[in-house]
Design a protein around this ligand. Structure first.
Ligand code: AHR
Length: 506
């Protein structure tokens, strides 16, 4: 196999972009397909080892990737969710139709179970409330149930009766989901007004510190962002009154979709999907630029609370809805995306890949008692050292990949090697992806601004571009270590690499 010529990486270790919010490595679970039921919740009577119904094999695996935050209960499901259905004795909880994803919702997994999962993973809770079909009063009651430190109101007494006298305490509140679509098919102006109303009534004691997150644009719909901000800031009507301070977060969604299917794709389709994934950088920058016009001090956090690949359905069964295999290609999508988020740590504070188990670009697949981790899971495990590090700038000079294809969008020339870098204490973490499936990349890393930088570890995830793990062959693709003694860093074709350096003083 060919070598793709020299790649030069210059790291400015004495400069800083911003701290990397660990929540950039966040997750999302929804009452969709096998995500909650089977994937996370099996019930206390299951033969599958569990803690009060939450399966332990899944939790043990997730602990290794250091889940910082989990968004729940949706997604589209959130705008149909009645929170009261998910509390109290499980055998008395109502069974409802899941109008978005098919099948029936038993409500066995509700607020208490969600917070138990967060506790087990030491993860922050991010609740998405029902704006589309709910009311501010229902949302107020839910926030009181979860956050109020009172023990004497009717709602907090109910919480105690259900086994949790203390407040659960959460900070991140999503005000609806995809309001432009399944969240109510609203216009940005209409949603801005709904947002203000809901955000105003989140007034239970101790809720002042809450980060109220607006449901933002679909991908590159910059018009939505502008119109939402125009309305809520009062600019559109020339009003003196600005409701902008109510907004503490603004969350867009971007699914890069597919090219081919999850496991069947050509080399051209490999590049096609990577290019679509890389588009998130432009989307992020352009939303931030519009936000900066209205909020130059960046009081409003930019968030991407759904992202990932979305391949054609593999099953028509509602319990397997949106379940897809994940190959090395998905892992490379994850790595490139996380590198983009790291490099823009000054602009984005949270991102939640969709979804954690059995749905879309998941970390884990389950089938009854069987469980397997995906290549995307391995990227999250390898990239965990970036969490809470400080992003530092790097400049990569590398070869370009050009290709001729029948295209509907402008063709972009892709860099062969991309990555990001962070420093935590005296450790520098450098992640680099070689997207070329045919050529090695010969890399020279020049770390500037420190007296010494000794390579301590080099981990790599690589294989055939279609490689994936199955219940029968769970270790087909997993990280391996490379020797750190070689002077030359020769990246494997189609590989995700994480280098750890011990630093001298900056
Ligand atoms: O993640 C699956 C679905 O994708 C979510 O429910 C919705 O918000 C998005 O369209």
């Amino acid at each position: 196999m060919d070598n793709d010529g020299a790649t030069k990486i210059i790291i400015h270790a004495d400069e800083r972009i911003a701290p990397i919010n660990p929540n950039i490595y966040g997750h999302f679970i929804e009452h969709l397909g096998g995500c909650i039921y089977d994937g996370i919740w099996v019930g206390p009577d299951s033969n599958i080892p569990n803690a009060n119904g939450i399966r332990l094999d899944v939790v043990d695996a997730l602990k290794k990737i250091k889940v910082p935050v989990i968004r729940w209960p949706g997604g589209c499901f959130a705008d149909t969710y009645r929170w009261q259905d998910g509390i109290g004795p499980r055998d008395k909880r109502p069974v409802r139709l899941n109008i978005w994803w098919g099948g029936e919702e038993p409500n066995a997994f509700g607020s208490h179970e969600f917070f138990q999962l967060c506790d087990m993973l030491n993860a922050e809770a991010y609740i998405c409330c029902n704006v589309g079909s709910g009311t501010p009063a229902q949302m107020m009651d839910w926030v009181e149930y979860l956050n109020s430190e009172s023990t004497t109101t009717t709602i907090t007494k109910l919480r105690a009766k259900n086994g949790h006298p203390e407040a659960f305490g959460f900070r991140l509140l999503g005000v609806g989901n995809e309001s432009w679509g399944c969240g109510g098919n609203m216009t940005p102006q209409q949603y801005a007004n709904e947002f203000s109303k809901f955000a105003t009534f989140i007034s239970a004691p101790n809720s002042q510190y809450m980060i109220k997150i607006a449901s933002g644009a679909n991908g590159d719909d910059y018009d939505w962002t502008r119109r939402f901000l125009d309305t809520i800031s009062g600019r559109a009507c020339g009003c003196k009154q600005s409701r902008l301070p109510l907004v503490r977060g603004y969350a867009f969604h971007y699914y890069c979709g597919t090219a081919g299917t999850s496991t069947k794709f050509t080399e051209l389709q490999w590049y096609e999907l990577l290019e679509k994934a890389l588009y998130i950088e432009e989307i992020l920058l352009r939303h931030r630029t519009i936000m900066d016009e209205f909020d130059p001090q960046r009081h409003i956090e930019l968030i991407c609370d759904e992202w990932g690949t979305w391949h054609p359905a593999e099953s028509l069964d509602a319990r397997k809805r949106c379940m897809q295999q994940s190959t090395l290609r998905d892992a490379v999508v994850a790595a490139l995306t996380l590198d983009i988020f790291n490099r823009h740590a000054d602009k984005i504070t949270m991102a939640n890949i969709a979804q954690m188990v059995n749905v879309l670009q998941s970390m884990i697949l389950t089938d009854g008692s069987k469980m397997v981790v995906t290549p995307t899971y391995h990227v999250y495990e390898m990239y965990a050292p970036h969490q809470a590090g400080t992003a530092v700038p790097l400049r990569i000079t590398t070869s370009k990949i050009t290709r001729d294809a029948d295209r509907t969008r402008p063709h972009k020339i892709l860099d062969s090697v991309m990555g990001s870098c962070s420093i935590k204490g005296d450790q520098l973490t450098l992640s680099i992806v070689n997207i070329n499936p045919k050529k090695y990349a010969d890399v020279d890393v020049d770390i500037r601004g420190v007296s010494t930088a000794g390579l301590k570890q080099w981990r790599v995830l690589t294989g055939d571009i279609h490689a994936h793990n199955t219940f029968e062959a769970p270790d087909t693709i997993k990280p391996t270590e490379k020797p750190t003694t070689d002077k030359k860093l020769l990246l494997d074709p189609s590989s995700v690499n994480v280098f750890t350096y011990d630093l001298g003083s900056t």
